[in-house]
Design a protein around this ligand. Sequence first.
Ligand code: FES
Length: 497
Amino acid sequence: MNSISVTLNDRLIRVPCGTTIMEAAAQAGIAIPSLCYLKDYNQPAACRMCIVEVKGAKGPVTACDTKVAEGMKIQTESEFIRSQRKMNLELICSNHRQDCTNCQRFPYCDLHRLCREYGIDDRIHRFSREPEIDASAPHMIRDQSKCILCRRCISVCEKIQGVCAEGITGRGFDSHISAGALDLPLAASDCINCGQCLAVCPTGALMVKDDMELVVRELNQRKKHVLAIVSPELGQWLGTCFRLPGKDDETLKMSGLLHKIGFQGVFNLNAVAAKQEDLLRAELETHTFEGKLPMITADCPAWLNFCSARYPQLEKYLSAQESRTVYAARQVKDAYAQVNDISANDIFIVTINACVAAKTKTKAAGADCPVDVHLTLHELYRLIERVCISTRTAQEIWQTAKAAPFDNIGVESDNEYNDPDVFPVNASVQEIFAGNRTLSCITVSGLNAAVPILERVSRGDPVCGLLRVKACPGGCGNGGGRIRCYDYEAVEGDNEL
Ligand code: FES
């Protein structure tokens, strides 16, 4: 590829032709602020926070959608640029309800971070709008009064997931993100509950439906045995929430902390759910015998929603295995009741992982299942803060937490950290043994990536023996309940089969 020379902040660099100023700056290790930009997926140049000076241009240009040219001289920081960015930020804030101390997005709000960086006085704009909340969906809340129309949610829904549940309705000041042209509430829209839009929203306009208080109440009442079933990967990410990442024992530290704040049992989701794989193999044998191949996994609630809306003709291929959180909750509840000789009604199960769609499979959401409440990573972080913060700072809590092993009541696999569910890349092919046969198994994550395979199956091409579909790009570990996603390239991996 041809490359060209540009000068960025008095430094000469070479970048490939067609590179944007934003990409060139990233290549040179120079950060340019942004609110709407999402690499390769969203460049509407809506927020104008990325403006830079280009020698010879009539005014500031947006770095996210302006391509570099040979000999271009770019200045990313100057007194003038800072004042222009500050003005743009004030315009955005003038139409944004600022209740930062109550906002679930705090302290991960990009808008709040930039306001601090650019010295915006939030007293000027405080409560400039009334809340406009849609809480109809079981997994998330939309607050239009905090939306800055960055369009990231629309792009992710359409370009990553192929769902297109979001769009812009209205004109001028009436413009707002809506679920389809009819402006339906989220619950009546095409939303499949994957929550990928939550992970890219730069403000508190889209938030996980917070069930943390239900758990706090149960822990405080001490009437039931409150048990946690948690994905071990969250330990490392939890360290990031406390801004103290990088230690090896963070998974067990998380287990220790959960014990300390009152959970009577803390179980490793991967270890408990590993045995579900045996059930899957047995079922695959039956599907093979009945000629219903590929068998398609049905343990991802968001994928199931997508399947029934877009590929109802494939429902006959679906496995009968329920979601991992529900399966694990059933195992733990039964075994714990038996070991402790108590009624299952005296047990309160909290499942915790990065999946937001799992919130649709709980008693709190009205489902008839053994999971009482499902929490995401952010809610877990808030739960720990909420229970412990009165005495120490969040960082101190995490720093001084003692590691403790997960509990074991005989339903766990030895295979503690071998998680069959957190797949590394978008699509991969393996083999699986079912009975005395070896079948090929395709794992695909991200619904847009799954569509070509689903189309082939719909046309009668079996493609493989077992098709594992995960709605979120990169697998369950990248569910909408993780803290943030700025770069899908990093989680998608190789798209080609
Ligand atoms: S990041 Fe360029 S306009 Fe928003």
